[in-house]
Design a protein around this ligand. Sequence first.
Ligand SMILES: NC(=O)c1ccc[n+]([C@@H]2O[C@H](COP(=O)([O-])OP(=O)(O)OC[C@H]3O[C@@H](n4cnc5c(N)ncnc54)[C@H](O)[C@@H]3O)[C@@H](O)[C@H]2O)c1
Length: 389
Amino acid sequence: MAIKETGIIMNGVTGRMGTNQHLVRSIVAIREQGGVQLASGDVIMPNPILVGRNENKLSALAEQYNIPKWSTNLDECLANPDYQIYFDSQTTDRRAKDVRKAIRAGKHIYCEKPTANSLEEAMQLAKLAKEAGVKNGVVQDKLFLPGLLKLKRLIDSGFFGEILSVRMEFGYWVFEGDWQEAQRPSWNYREEDGGGIIVDMFAHWRYVLDNLFGEVRAVSCLGRTHIPERIDENGNRYKCTADDAAYATFELENGIVVQANSSWAVRVDRDDLLTIQVDGTEGSAVAGLRDCKTQHRVNTPKPVWNPDIPNTIRFQEQWETVPDNQTFENGFKIQWELFLKHIVNDEPFPWDLLEGAKGTQLSELALASWKERRWVDVPELSYKELTVQ
Ligand SMILES: NC(=O)c1ccc[n+]([C@@H]2O[C@H](COP(=O)([O-])OP(=O)(O)OC[C@H]3O[C@@H](n4cnc5c(N)ncnc54)[C@H](O)[C@@H]3O)[C@@H](O)[C@H]2O)c1
């Protein structure tokens, strides 16, 4: 058995996603379990170096999680051949510049979504990586949520018959930051800093829809900035320049209609922060982050519209729970393990920078739809457009 040490430069690791999901729940968890086991018996051991601006934060994080190395000098890390992978979970607007540098340094790339602020930039990154021959991947964590894996299981079993429509309801109340601290960083609410719910969430909706139901072919979207002012991390009032809610409809290649409400200004009266209802000719399902429930056509109640009498049907009680039937691990960790196997053992990893660019494409077209108040087609993006002249 050989241990394959794999060096990873982790930039943006002091942030919310960087620390919680990528460092603690993924890389630290993988190290603590003894690495990623390969079929050959060999083991991949990730060796991270934590990169950022703030020495105090980095050294505290490194000490807390027993990571021997940290640095405030990205260029020096990129020049070090001990590190094969560059990982980026900085704020979105800083990503393209450093990913470009890392590609130039010959590093394989793994990064958070969205990969860039514009489709043009996202496609450039995909193209540069292809030209340089470096492997690359983008975080598509929602695909590995237990609720969505159960939904995928139902789709693969043919449970739905013909799928007719999908309703996605995402969101919760993000506090304004005055009398209760906000749960999200303030840059999310400033367009000039890469914020906005359309840029953030439509990157997720694209890969969720493409992978589960069919490629997105058209979008109609209405955005809003419902909360005009918030209070930032330093207690200062700022103007919200980015959308905090989006009301969208998507048309998929196979005719499935998808409605998606995304909002940071909504109070939750549903089973989870994200619920996805799928209605098909043979049955329906509602998935949350972890759970999924179904109603088959033979168990479907027969309501008759009559507001003059009290409702007698307990609709919510007529659904069945889909069992786990497997152990579910953290989605970020699963995807990290697949990416590490892709790098070290050349195993397949379909979620690359081109797939990431599709997310930015959908956000951009949704913003155009809102601005121009019309339906917008979503053209196919392919590696053909990335061919080097
Ligand atoms: N996959 C998901 O579900 C998911 C969820 C939330 C956010 N994200 C994405 O992850 C990324 C980070 O989001 P977050 O919520 O962790 O943000 P955050 O603000 O908590 O963290 C951002 C990181 O970037 C660094 N950074 C910010 N400004 C910098 C500067 N001027 N110089 C150097 N470093 C700087 C910060 O130090 C921090 O490490 C975003 O691109 C976001 O879209 C993904």
